[in-house]
Design a protein around this ligand. Structure first.
Ligand code: ADP
Ligand code: MG
Length: 321
């Protein structure tokens, strides 16, 4: 069988998975091109891990298929496994092992020859920023270093495809930033699929977002496409100085305007500031009207913007029935 360069790297067709009574995947189909960084976004229990485990041959599907470069993962699991690097959720680490030995152990499991490993370990360690801790016992490493070491083990056999299940869970904010930038870096030469329940994660890291909810795909596109599809008439956000104003009174004035749709007060977390979200009517851009009204009312204008990248809203809209 031959495949053109344009064929997708990964093709998932009508994938279903049942655990006893639980329908974890209810028919999922998507494809991923070579070199893409794709984010699997969904709340806990959506089916993300199940899908990733099937793709990486850890569990079989109930029905449906996954093809990697045209090969069915069930029929060619050995060949397929070589092409994947996998960071499972709650990645198991052998905590009594020295980091170097752990990488050597995983490398051997992955079938990398020991002579090759001697070059490969320092290279992945460098790439993942764990060179300085290679001599340490894994159990003594900080959570951030452990996560980097897990990434290093996923890369040890130089796979084309990297599958990362919730790679930033349990990290502190600085470590999250570091791991995200490392993932972006790794994505320059590889196809990457990562799962997360955290919205900003997919925004900063991914080329494409697949939103999964209750075992089904509810959206699939670039951040921009999702936004354009779902927010053709984005709300306008107005922020003004509180200056003794009652927010209910301001909201009432806004609501009375013929051009305004629903008005929502939003918590700001800053003393002395009020924020409102004003839905439009029709396709008009309301920003100029909002500014004119603010001036006429002598409110102290701090900010007016269209909620262009309302991924949170896209997510809410996509996942509510
Ligand atoms: P996510 O990774 O998006 O949080 P999962 O794929 O882990 O979702 O789980 C999807 C659904 O399948 C959940 O309802 C979960 O409880 C159930 N589930 C996952 N693994 C198992 C299992 N081994 N046995 C039974 N139910 C499972
Ligand atoms: Mg999961």
């Amino acid at each position: 069988m031959t495949h053109s360069a344009a064929a997708p790297m990964i093709e998932v067709a009508d994938l279903r998975k049942r655990y006893g009574e639980i329908d974890a995947l209810k028919g999922i189909s998507f494809s991923i091109n070579k070199g893409e960084i794709v984010g699997f976004l969904g709340p806990n229990g959506a089916g993300k891990s199940t899908c990733l485990k099937i793709m990486t041959c850890f569990i079989p599907p109930t029905s449906g298929s996954v093809r990697i470069g045209g090969l069915d993962v069930q029929e060619h699991s050995r060949a397929v496994r070589k092409r994947f690097g996998y960071l499972p959720e709650n990645a198991p680490l052998y905590s009594d092992m020295v980091a170097y030995d752990y990488l050597k152990f995983v490398g051997a499991l992955r079938g990398v020859a020991s002579r090759k490993l001697a070059q490969r370990i320092p290279a992945v360690a460098e790439q993942c920023g764990v060179t300085d801790v290679l001599g340490q016992v894994v159990g003594t490493l900080s959570k951030g270093y452990r996560q980097r070491l897990c990434l290093a083990q996923a890369l040890i056999h130089d796979p084309e495809i990297l599958v990362l299940d919730e790679p930033t869970v349990g990290l502190d904010p600085n470590q999250v930033v570091e791991i995200r930038s490392l993932i972006k870096d790794l994505g320059k030469e590889r196809t990457v699929i990562l799962s997360t329940h955290i919205l900003p994660e997919v925004l900063v890291t991914c080329d494409r977002i697949v939103i999964i909810h209750r075992g089904k795909i509810v959206a699939n596109g670039t951040p921009r496409e999702l936004q354009e599809a779902q927010a053709s008439n984005p709300p306008v956000v107005l922020r003004i100085g509180a200056d003794g104003l009652a927010s209910e009174a301001v909201a009432a004035v806004l609501t009375q305007q013929p051009w305004a749709g629903a008005v929502r007060m939003r918590p700001v977390g800053l003393a002395g500031e009020l924020e409102f979200e004003i839905a439009g009517r029709g396709a008009d851009d309301l920003r100029e009207r909002v500014v004119a009204l603010t001036t006429a009312q002598k409110w102290r204008l701090l900010e007016v913007r269209r909620e262009l990248l309302d991924l949170e809203g896209i997510f809410r809209k996509s996942t509510q029935e």
